[in-house]
Design a binder for this molecule. Structure first.
Ligand SMILES: [Mg+2]
Length: 338
């Protein structure tokens, strides 16, 4: 490494992209109810409580995953009503899914605040709800990726079979996918081990926002790895039992109302988190730069030790080359070492 090369390495360290991931549950986190409840279930002439009771019973009676149960139930019901469901219909349903206050403007506001601190924020959905419905919502374009349950469609476009069914435990795999930058749902390299240094987004730069017990594995994972988890409750219902429990059990970094507007507590917490991530990243940057001199010194002294420990073992010609390398390394060091 020459002097200019060293400068280049330092510059690269200082200019390295600093990313943060904010992962959101969808139902009751960004939207006040289950996404199926607003128009989808009523359009099949059923009320939502009957639908969920039936699908939960189906799951219990058959020892089924709850998500596979509602996905099955939805198809069965639509066939019984002779209203086969196409992807476009789910998208249409998504357009009318209501969102909590301030959600629409939240992403841009957070991105701008973070950009001022030199951080790029990427937003991700990790939901057990239906991907096709979320894709129809007006905030769909804000997410780098939407991880959610989805259907396999027949050649004539009718929902037939679950393509992905996301439940509370397999939700966590998407945190690993995002951290490692291995985004595709089928890509098994997600299980390959990766040094922290090589992560696409380090775990301590993750925020997970959710509302209920089904978010616990993700909240725990993110928090235990140094990231932040936020529990939200409906601002109007103001029912805080779940967040109190989650916080008392150590699952949450913060809890607050699901109010995403500019002056909300949630925005204040997010700014505090961004500030902390920015400060931690500045420390990491400084340490990476300090490591260059320390590593050069370590390498030079290891080579010197080698030469003194085995004086006869290295031919004179090679010794000359090594001596030169040691001298070059020392030359690159700032300050004195001899
Ligand atoms: Mg939820």
């Amino acid at each position: 490494m020459g002097e200019t090369e060293k400068d280049k390495v330092i510059e690269q360290i200082k200019e390295r992209p600093i990313r943060m991931a904010i992962c959101y549950d969808f139902d009751k986190t960004l939207s006040p109810d289950d996404m199926q409840a607003f128009t989808l279930i009523p359009s099949l002439e059923m009320d939502k409580s009957t639908f969920w009771t039936q699908s939960n019973d189906l799951a219990k009676e058959n020892l089924m995953d709850n998500n596979l149960a509602w996905m099955y139930q939805l198809i069965t019901l639509s066939k019984a009503k002779r209203k086969s469901i196409k992807r476009e219909y789910f998208n249409e349903v998504g357009q009318s899914v209501p969102l909590y206050k301030g959600v629409v403007e939240w992403f841009e506001r957070v991105n701008q605040y973070a950009a001022k601190k030199g951080i790029e924020v990427e937003h991700y959905i990790i939901s057990s709800g239906l991907k096709e419905i979320i894709e129809g919502s007006k905030i769909a374009g804000e997410f780098k990726r939407i991880y959610a349950s989805s259907y396999l469609y027949s050649p004539d476009g009718i929902a037939e079979w679950p393509a992905q069914a996301i439940n509370y435990t397999n939700k966590t795999q998407y945190i690993f996918r995002i951290a490692k930058g291995i985004f595709k749902e089928y890509d098994e390299r997600v299980n390959d081990s990766m040094q922290d240094e090589q992560l696409y987004i380090p775990y301590e730069n993750f925020v997970y926002i959710g509302d209920s017990a089904t978010d616990i594995p993700c909240m725990r994972l993110v928090k235990s790895k140094g990231g932040y988890s936020i529990g939200v409750y409906d601002p109007e219902k103001n029912q805080r039992k779940k967040v109190y429990q989650l916080f008392a059990d150590g699952r949450l970094s913060f809890y607050t109302a699901a109010d995403y507007s500019a002056r909300s507590e949630l925005m204040q917490y997010m700014k505090t988190i961004i500030d902390e991530v920015a400060a931690k990243e500045r420390i990491k940057t400084e340490q990476k730069v300090l490591k260059i001199n320390a590593d050069l010194y370590k390498m030079a002294s290891q080579m010197e030790t080698l030469l003194t420990q085995f004086p006869g073992a290295i031919p004179a010609k090679e010794k000359k080359v090594i001596d030169k390398e040691i001298a070059e390394m020392k030359e690159l060091l700032d300050g004195k070492v001899d």
